[in-house]
Design a protein around this ligand. Sequence first.
Ligand code: SAH
Ligand code: SF4
Ligand code: F3S
Length: 466
Amino acid sequence: MRSDSVLIPEEEMARQRDLALEVKALPHRPRSYFVVTYGCQMNAHDSEKIAGMLEEMGLLPAPRREEADFVIFNTCCIRENAERKALGNVAWLKEIKRQRPEMMIAVCGCMAQEPGMAERLLKQYRFVDLIFGTSNLYRLPELLLSRLNAGAPLVAVDDADTLPEGVPVRRLRHDAAYLTIMYGCNNFCSYCIVPYVRGRERSRREEDILREAEALAAAGVREIMLLGQNVNSYGLDSAGKPLFPSLLRRLDQVGIERIRFMTSHPKDLSNDLIAAMAESAHVLPQFHLPVQSGSDPILLRMNRHYTRSQYLDRVRKLRAAIPGIGLSTDMIVAFPGETEADFEETLSLVSEVRYDSAFTFVYSPRTGTKAASFPDQIPPEIAKDRITRLIALQEALQRETLSRFLNQEEELLVESVSRRSEEAVSGKGRHGISITLPGGAEDIGKILRCRIVKVKNNTLIGERIP
Ligand code: SAH
Ligand code: SF4
Ligand code: F3S
């Protein structure tokens, strides 16, 4: 059994900060670090916390993993290939460590939290120094100190549903920031490993979230991305906590120009949330609404708790309340038992909705999930054929869908100099779609107005408007 969800007491967080200073004072501690991140935004933000804690311990970022004294693999296990990639990269470092025995290696994140994985790592990856799960992330100062003093591999993986406040964060971007509002997931979609590796849902207190948002605004952050496996169920785990729409209304007042969120479960998308978005000044007109499949029997076996028609109804309501809203989704093909007819229902849903973008995946069985033991697993050649057809359809429709932006005004927060040209910059528009326009490094972090002049694959090309 899991222990109850637990807010880590302030004294424990203070103890971790003290231990960080203790590490800092050690003569034989690592001096530099490199974090390798896999997976979703949750993991990206966890890596910012890892970096924040390591910098409190006096470590500095290394330019390359081969040169770092301490390499941390923050792993993902959502699909088998994510896991294979992480393990392959850990193994690759073994040779480097042979040449530089003082190098320390940690494996953490969702894969480390998978049942049986820590034992497997200890046996097959003996050069790994430290293994810790998602629930123990905030204990990194204590774990690193113990490992440095013990001289033997250390494992800290347990099932506790922790809720730590005040972990230091080293943000990768200065203009945009992640802000976690809830951890874990209670949905147990039959294919998904996340509830097993991230624990039960637990929502942060509204005052903690608002305080963090205010601090980010004061630091000049212009965009926040609220994070949770299912932000729509924020607060549902505890009576008396405000729910997501009211949290959004409060955040809208904080003075941050752009507010986005990730991810939403269609079953919990309320009319009130749609209203809160429509009323707000700063919540951007975009929505990531994973559908997974267009077929009712498959949705039922996926344990998604909505039907195709309920999903389509949500989409209609979103579009009616927020005209032009940017819509994206996730879809899985070749779920066990998916017939050609089921798959065609997914194709027809895609044609009906017309998403601005879609992440498409081939079903990957995950040990311990319900669907892994379902009969009628789909052969790889059929899966490959289906994903190819789905991608082709989405790409063809996307061109048309995105052309609604032609000659329209948009606004983007410039994220980087374009990969293709030094005289172009790119970032996300208000609708969540990438925009490229003429510019240079001096524009990074600025919000620029533009007119869309061209659609190129999944990107909009803009011209500046003064
Ligand atoms: N909490 C988010 C999803 C997190 S995982 C949500 O519910 O929307 C991101 C996506 O990975 C999922 O939406 C799903 O499409 C895909 N995914 C999850 N488990 C998978 C599996 N076993 N095989 C293939 N794709 C999977
Ligand atoms: Fe996984 Fe479903 Fe939870 Fe998303 S809602 S994390 S797909 S179990
Ligand atoms: Fe992967 Fe964990 Fe995210 S399994 S997708 S990193 S929650």
